[in-house]
Design a protein around this ligand. Structure first.
Ligand code: PBG
Length: 307
């Protein structure tokens, strides 16, 4: 059998993820080769992500490598993968999900007593959720891979920054925080990004990938991404969605859309069973629309165009 060429971004987190998929394929008896490729989202760190002008800032160069047959599969953090893939490419496997939570990394326990905090994040969703909870806080933009972002937190006079627990865990940085005199806490009231923590493997449509899929992850990803796809319709909006397992073939959905300033929040929450998962993301998105989500999206689009 031919070697499977695994395309990945070059950040330590991306390489960890690619190696994870490589191990799974090796266990299936395949030979693999890691092919690092740089992405627009990694090269351009000056502009906020949403202002780069297209979705897929982290995935585009890997999509092109796939379509040009330079690689056989691309490994991504699924939350970076747009809900609609380029013609000819498909999501072929969802191998695992790490903890989906967002965490606050901070410098001092006094942060919780302050009246006004300065919090760094590059994510519209994290910013909006944070402002919803702490309307007086200052939010500053923060870009770069997780190592770079941690360094920027240390170099600046900010109180804290928000990260995906999965990212710090996989890049093996959680253990390093104490040595850097940093603390962290799960932000349990923040709804994570659709498919946060899930690994996604993209291939060409006709490519035969050995089975490394995890059907539980696929179910969760499908529901969360369907919710996102139907609500956002091609814009970048503060949207959270998380499916949790509550029993055998029993799940809980929690989703929300917020205004950019965090002042408005539409939240939906419901249980469902495996039998109903195919259309459940859509059902929850329609429920948000009835509550007024479309008007919020229009406002967000207008505000983002102006900024
Ligand atoms: N946009 C960057 C990105 N893409 C995926 C992760 C973390 C891993 C994951 O959520 O799967 C991160 C870092 C972060 O959000 O702090």
């Amino acid at each position: 059998m031919k070697k499977i060429r695994i395309g990945t971004r070059q950040s330590p987190l991306a390489l960890w993820q690619a190696n994870k998929v490589s191990d799974l394929l090796t266990q299936k008896g395949c030979e693999t080769e890691i092919v690092p490729i740089s992405s627009e989202g990694d090269l351009n760190l000056k502009q906020p992500i949403y202002s780069l002008g297209f979705t897929g800032v982290f995935t585009k160069s890997l999509d092109i490598a796939l379509l040009n047959d330079k690689i056989d599969i691309a490994v991504h953090s699924l939350k970076d993968v747009p809900t609609v893939l380029p013609e000819g490419l498909v999501l072929a496997a969802y191998p695992e999900r790490a903890n989906a939570a967002d965490i606050l990394v901070y410098k001092s326990e006094k942060i919780f007593e302050k009246e006004v905090r300065t919090i760094a994040t590059g994510s519209l969703r994290r910013r909006a959720f944070w402002l919803n909870q702490y309307p007086n806080d200052q939010l500053v933009d923060l870009r770069g891979n997780v190592q770079l972002r941690l360094q920027k937190l240390l170099d600046n006079d900010w109180d804290g920054a928000i990260f995906a627990l999965a990212g710090l865990d996989r890049a093996e940085i959680l253990e390093e925080l104490t040595a850097k005199k940093l603390h962290y806490k799960v932000i349990d009231w923040m709804i994570s990004a659709p498919s946060q923590g899930i690994l996604g493997v993209v291939t060409r449509e006709n490519y035969e990938l050995p089975n490394i899929n995890n059907t539980e992850c696929e179910l969760k990803a499908t529901v969360e991404r369907q919710f996102l796809n139907i609500l956002e319709g091609g814009c970048t909006a503060p949207i959270g969605a998380l499916v949790s397992t509550v029993g055998e073939e029993q799940y809980h959905f929690h989703g929300a859309i917020l205004s950019l300033d965090g002042q408005q929040k539409l939240e939906v929450e419901e249980h469902f069973t495996k039998q109903d998962f195919q259309n459940f993301g859509r059902k929850m998105a329609e429920k948000c629309k009835i509550l007024g989500a479309e008007k919020m999206i229009e406002q967000i689009k207008t505000q983002l165009k102006k900024s």
